[in-house]
Design a protein. Structure first.
Length: 608
């Protein structure tokens, strides 16, 4: 016999969400970014203790203090080292070495993401049969006493996870909570009282751009796709889809290029492509995997320039280990490039070499090329690298015009080189520490990236297309400890490159350790192409002014200088525009014209 079902009034999404109660996932404070308040509070306490211990060690080692004061300071320092502080340092260093988050609250958040995604998956599994939501099951679950109890039990699981979360504001968990809310709206087929419907298409004035019925159909398709791919946790999804391997174009490491963790890649020229006799040398950032320039078909700068006939080489800084902790920017920004360009010139005698740099990789190439021009000038030789094209490469860091004022203030308040050295000096700065800084620069980025991914998955192949970028975004590399300190103190806070105070080693004795004369770029006729975005908070347009400072830019965004073209192209893009096939294609058209000595049309003048 068929079981008799007694239907009751249908439960609403508001009733279900009220069962969870207010939690950090709701952003009740209305913050515009993620606020890791527990991590910040713990960090302040640890910073104070480490500073105190540092002072005690100073007393112990200072010959001015002796007797009871020195002994007392040493004893207290030893007690601190052998108790709480010793465990803190050990945990931070072990976590950094093994790729885990040294922040225990951050580790807890990762646990919440994983388990929240599992509960979302299992909740959807109850309703999804085949390729759609089963309406009979939805009605039985939302209109019966047993079904309502079933849902509330699930919501208890969500509530426990949300209340154990260690951050507030616009977080990744808030995006997952929006996804939960959309599931509850679908299965109850009822809009919430406040009209706040996640993923609802809206007009410019905020009104709905689709009917509620259209929304339900579209959102069901979104959730079915997320369920079938089990893509609720963006980090785990990216790992599973990519298998931990990203990059589109095949390459080999150049023999003799290994320098600690750093190696030189040579990309293979595709079959049927005629070499154009020119070399393109890519300089990448120290803090990310270089695959951002070679993510996938249609999203690869590398593949595009290979198709143009360039021989392509790229610096791969790897994931620096303990042997790199005391290597500074002189090594990564001078010694490495000297060696690699020498290798390339030996492999391709007489070939012209161009440089392309992204973000920090571009920033550090400017003083390198200026010092190279100085060295060749001192030897009576002509500059051998005459073109550099950079993307989102800041060179000016101040509190006013550059756009870096806010983050410089954050650094003043929170950055402590002594503490960084005590925690990570022997193991390098872990990517999670760098990510926390990125969160300060890009308010709400944790939320917008996750929500944007969920919002686009109903488009065919969108989720799998996004997987390489999500993997790149969530799997950074360590930043060598000394180089990190120099980047913060000399470049970001000292503004040494723009002010002509940046020092580099040199094979020419009179230049060794002296400030780099950035004017050498202009004297040597180096042509500069700078591409910057008006929506880029990491490298604001006001900081990407290499062409203005060291090229010969005239009026407007596109200008001609003596000996060639210096170009500054400013567009309405963000920092990581290469993940957009359309934006990347536009960029490639412009930069390849620069390398060919062609003039782009008037349409390439300042573009909004």
């Amino acid at each position: 016999m068929e079981r008799k079902i007694t239907l009751e009034a249908r439960i609403t999404p508001d009733e279900l969400l009220e069962a969870i109660g207010a939690t950090p996932a709701d952003n009740p404070e209305g913050y515009d970014t993620a606020v890791s308040w527990k991590s910040q509070l713990a960090g302040q306490q640890i910073r104070a203790m480490l500073r105190w211990q540092y002072m005690l060690e100073g007393i112990r080692k200072n010959p001015f203090f002796f007797g009871p004061m020195s002994l007392g300071a040493g004893l207290q320092s030893d007690i601190m080292e052998n108790s709480f502080l010793g465990h803190v340092k050990a945990h931070a260093r072990i976590a950094a070495r093994t790729g885990r988050n040294p922040d225990l609250f951050g580790e807890m958040n990762a646990f919440v993401y994983t388990n929240y995604a599992d509960v979302l998956y299992n909740l959807c599994r109850h309703f999804i049969k085949g390729d759609k939501f089963d309406r009979r099951i939805m009605l039985e679950t939302t209109c019966t006493r047993e079904g309502k109890e079933y849902l509330k039990n699930y919501l208890n699981d969500f509530a426990e996870l949300e209340k154990s979360y260690s951050s507030r504001g616009l977080t990744r968990l808030k995006a997952m909570k929006d996804l939960l809310k959309s599931i509850l709206i679908v299965i109850t087929e009822t809009p919430p009282r406040d009209g706040d419907i996640p993923f609802m298409k809206k007009n410019a004035d905020g009104t709905w751009a689709q009917t509620f019925e259209q929304y339900l159909e579209e959102n069901q398709n979104r959730l079915v796709y997320l369920f079938k791919e089990n893509a609720f946790d963006i980090r785990e999804f990216s790992e599973r889809i990519t298998g931990g391997k990203i990059g589109f174009s095949p390459f080999e490491y150049v023999r003799g290029s290994k320098m600690n963790s750093v190696r030189l890649r040579q990309y293979r020229t595709p079959k049927g492509v005629e070499p154009n006799g020119k070399i393109l040398y890519f300089s990448t950032p120290l803090i990310n995997k270089p695959e951002i320039l070679d993510l996938a078909e249609g999203k690869s700068v590398v593949a595009a320039v290979l198709a143009e006939g360039f021989e392509v080489y790229m610096v791969d800084f790897g994931n620096p280990g303990s042997s790199e902790t005391e290597l500074g920017l002189g090594f990564f920004g001078k010694t490495v490039h000297d060696h690699y360009i020498s290798l390339i010139q030996k492999r391709h005698p007489g070939h012209e070499i161009f440089v392309m740099g992204y973000c920090m990789g571009g920033t550090l190439m400017f003083p390198y090329l200026a010092r190279r021009a100085e060295e060749l000038e001192a030897q009576g030789k002509e500059m051998d690298i005459k073109k550099i094209a950079v993307m989102a490469a800041p060179v000016k860091f101040d509190d006013a015009e550059s756009g870096h004022g806010a983050i410089r203030e954050v650094i003043r308040r929170g950055y402590d080189p002594v503490i960084m050295d005590q925690l990570f000096g022997p193991v390098n700065i872990p990517p999670q520490v760098i990510d926390s800084g990125m969160n300060e620069i890009q308010p709400g980025v944790q939320y917008t990236v996750s929500l944007g991914f969920y919002g686009r998955v109903q488009i065919p192949h969108a989720a799998k297309d996004a997987a390489p970028f999500l993997y790149w975004l969530t799997h950074g590399t360590r930043f060598p400890a000394k180089a990190h300190r120099e980047w913060i103190e000399r470049v970001f806070m000292g503004n040494e490159i723009a002010e002509g105070k940046y020092r580099l080693p040199s094979s020419v004795p009179e230049l060794d350790g002296k400030p780099v004369d950035m004017g050498a770029l202009r004297r040597a006729g180096v042509q500069i192409f700078s591409y910057r975005g008006t929506r880029d908070p990491i490298a604001p347009a006001g900081s990407c002014v290499a062409s203005e400072l060291w090229g010969m830019v005239e009026d407007g965004n596109l200008a001609v200088s003596r000996g060639g073209l210096n170009r500054t192209i400013e567009k309405n893009v963000g920092h990581i525009f290469v993940v957009s096939k359309q934006l990347l294609a536009e960029y490639l058209d412009i930069v390849l014209a620069f390398f060919r000595d062609e003039r782009p049309g008037e349409k390439l003048r300042k573009t909004a």
